[in-house]
Write a protein that binds this ligand. Structure first.
Ligand code: PLP
Length: 662
């Protein structure tokens, strides 16, 4: 073996090492012709931002409040204001103007569709509290929705208590879904008693008896609805919520039983609402039309049976275009708000007009659409790891093994026409080199050098791959494997749980330097020690991408990233993985004079908070540590002054933020 090694060595021509300086292998230099329009395009801002976000000439990301197009506000300015107020990153930022705009748009679009089609019924929006239960959010919806009699949908006693104490207009609907026990029903009846339009939606046959019994007890006539199980099945992630196997709703047989029972008790006039919910985020408008049309068949026949009805509740499902592709992909949708409203109105009219059934009040429970764009997760980048090669030292051929020399030769022979072959060679010789290391033929120092040569080859190949018309899957995967890892000050599990649980895509982009070409491609890792704690699916016009373009960090300069459209479901579904708690939360309002008002701040969990959630008692922990320190003093291991210092650190940490602090 050693002999042949020597022979091969001598055959190999010494590669030209001058070409291997790393200056040449880094990804293209910053070109000067980069303009902010390119960043807009690259991050797809106009595709997903609903016009709420833009870029200032200085390269900073801006919020454009509706009606204030002339006065965009830089997000960095907001971050600065938060810092002055003691709110460090990560922060969940809510923008009140956007919430107001969503409520107005939703009601406005239905109102427009209704008047344009000469529809004879009304429209009522209800917000499903489960989508974002935060007090401030629900209170704002109630406040700004008052003029539209915007209501609330509740699925539990806790949510019903929120609705009863938050809604301002008695014309607003409270729609009670979910399983209801006696206390739930009693509460809802009290809501009716003080004048709210509180509907009990019957989801299972057994509920009806309980509701009628309690209504009888309180001498209150209940408002009833029935939840249909439609046979229309939908596309998208929540497709299981629809069709025969859907978890919720009455089968047709059960529905007829409910009707018969009510008629028998002479209470059929209580049945005033027909409800269905096909699941959230329905990407395809055709599914929505089909479902409405099927529900209308139920509506017509129930009216014929003698139920007054009057309300047709279409549930949620109005989707958000997370990836900006305007397609039927799971994280997108092939329709906009106006189309949604018009299609619903027209489908109902087309179904009800021939038999001459009066037009009902339309109800939708649009949660995701209403609140998704109103919150942004903001965090700073702590560090970056790259897979860039480093410069080589002076090399002497005679000290190198066969596999290392082969790697060097592969490097010097690199050709755009033969990238796949060059790649195969690099991997082959690298594996040989690793084998040689394992059996003790080469030293650790040589292995480090050889790995570095291999990385240089792969980076050079990656630079050339974009020039190929049809790169192989191998090469594409290799390029991804060279992407940087940006470490962000946040927890996916706490703030973006759907990114982990259901591979939800959210728009992600930097808040600054958008007048500069982002030359790095990266994935973003969070603070948890979990290999799932990362963002590696990003919104892209042609479907999700596995990396996002970012800028190389500048020393001593914060690099801030925003994750957008996170107002729905994320905060509440979040959990305490690795004991990272709730983030700081702030709400702002942009005034007519285009200044920022900080209207609401909420400090995130302290370390002592998250510890007590998992049943530790911070006071007791502190006491135990003090005893331990005192024993150490007694044993002469530390001084009293050192004891004091330790206790101060321990107790300060208990009061500290769970995230990385500067
Ligand atoms: C979750 C839920 C909604 C909300 O759906 P979105 O798609 O978020 O609008 C509406 N209605 C019911 C019954 C729900 O369970």
């Amino acid at each position: 073996m050693p002999e042949s090694t020597t022979k091969t060595k001598s055959k190999i021509k010494r590669p030209n090492l001058d070409a291997l300086k790393t200056g040449e292998v880094t990804i293209a230099d910053v070109p000067s012709d980069w303009v902010i329009e390119k960043s807009k395009d690259l991050y797809g801002i106009d595709r997903w931002s609903n016009g709420y976000f833009g870029i200032a000439p200085n390269g900073n990301l801006t919020i454009t409040a509706p009606g204030l197009a002339e006065h965009p506000i830089e997000l960095l300015e907001v971050v600065g204001g938060l810092k002055q107020r003691g709110l460090e990153m990560p922060v969940m930022l809510r923008i009140e103007n956007l919430l107001v705009d969503r409520v107005e748009q939703l009601n406005g679009a239905f109102s427009k569709a209704i008047s344009e089609s000469n529809y004879q019924g009304d429209y009522r929006s209800v917000f499903p509290i489960k989508v974002n239960q935060q007090n401030h959010v629900v209170a704002e919806i109630a406040r700004f929705g008052e003029k539209f009699a915007h209501g609330l949908e509740v699925g539990s006693k806790a949510e019903l208590l929120i609705a009863m104490s938050t809604l301002r207009s008695k014309d607003s609907l409270i729609v009670c879904n979910g399983y209801k026990d006696e206390e739930f029903v009693d509460l809802g009846l009290q809501a009716s008693r003080i004048g709210y339009q509180c509907f009990f939606v019957i989801e299972t046959p057994s509920e009806l008896g309980l509701i009628l019994e309690r209504a009888d007890h309180w001498k209150i006539k209940p408002l009833l609805g029935v939840r249909l199980k439609l046979s229309t099945e939908v596309d998208g992630h929540w497709s299981n919520d629809s069709g025969d196997r859907s978890l919720f709703g009455l089968s047709t047989t059960q529905l007829m039983d409910v009707v018969d029972h009510l008629r028998q008790r002479e209470l059929l006039d209580c049945l005033q609402l027909l409800h269905f919910h096909l699941g959230s985020q329905i990407p395809n408008i055709r599914n929505i039309r089909d479902a409405v049309s099927e529900a209308c068949r139920f509506y017509i026949d129930l009216v014929e049976e003698g139920a007054p009805l009057g309300y047709l509740d279409l549930g949620g499902g109005l989707a958000v275009d997370y990836d900006g592709s305007s397609s039927t992909a799971t994280h997108s949708r092939n329709y906009d708000l106006d189309e949604y409203c018009i299609d619903i109105v027209e489908t109902v009219m087309a179904s009800l007009d021939p038999p001459g059934v009066p037009h009902p009040t339309l109800v939708t429970e649009s949660g995701r659409w209403t609140v998704a764009p109103t919150s942004i997760l903001l965090f700073n980048v702590l560090s970056v790891s790259t897979f860039d090669p480093t410069p080589f030292p002076e090399l002497k051929n005679e000290e190198l093994s066969e596999s290392t020399l082969s790697l060097l030769e592969t490097l010097s022979a690199l050709k755009e026409r033969r990238l796949q072959e060059n790649y195969n060679d690099a991997i082959y010789f690298r594996d040989q080199m690793r084998m040689a290391f394992r059996v003790g033929e080469i030293s650790l120092r040589e292995r480090a050098l050889a790995e570095n040569i291999c990385l240089t080859i792969l980076n050079k190949i990656a630079e050339l791959v974009p020039k190929l018309k049809k790169p192989t899957a191998d090469l594409v995967k290799m390029c991804e494997s060279l992407s940087d890892i940006y470490y962000g000050n946040f927890s996916v599990f706490q703030s973006l749980p759907d990114a982990w649980a259901i591979e939800q895509v959210f728009p992600v982009m930097p808040l600054q330097r958008l007048n500069e070409k982002p030359t790095r491609s990266a994935i973003i890792a969070d603070l948890t020690c979990d290999c799932d704690g990362k963002l590696s699916r990003f919104a892209n016009e042609d479907g999700p991408a596995s990396t996002v373009p970012l800028h190389p960090l500048h020393p001593d300069e914060d690099y801030l990233i925003g994750v957008f459209l996170v107002g729905s479901y994320q905060e509440t579904l979040g959990d305490l993985h690795n004991l990272f708690g709730d983030t700081n939360v702030a709400s702002i309002r942009i005034t007519q004079e285009a200044s920022i008002e900080f209207i609401h701040e909420l400090e995130g969990d302290r370390i002592s908070d998250v510890l007590s959630y998992v049943e530790y008692q911070p006071q007791e922990m502190s006491n135990r540590f003090r005893t331990m320190a005192e024993t150490a003093v007694r044993d002469g291991a530390i001084t009293v002054a050192q004891r004091q210092e330790m206790l101060r650190l321990f107790n300060e940490s208990l009061r500290g933020y769970t995230y990385f602090e500067n």
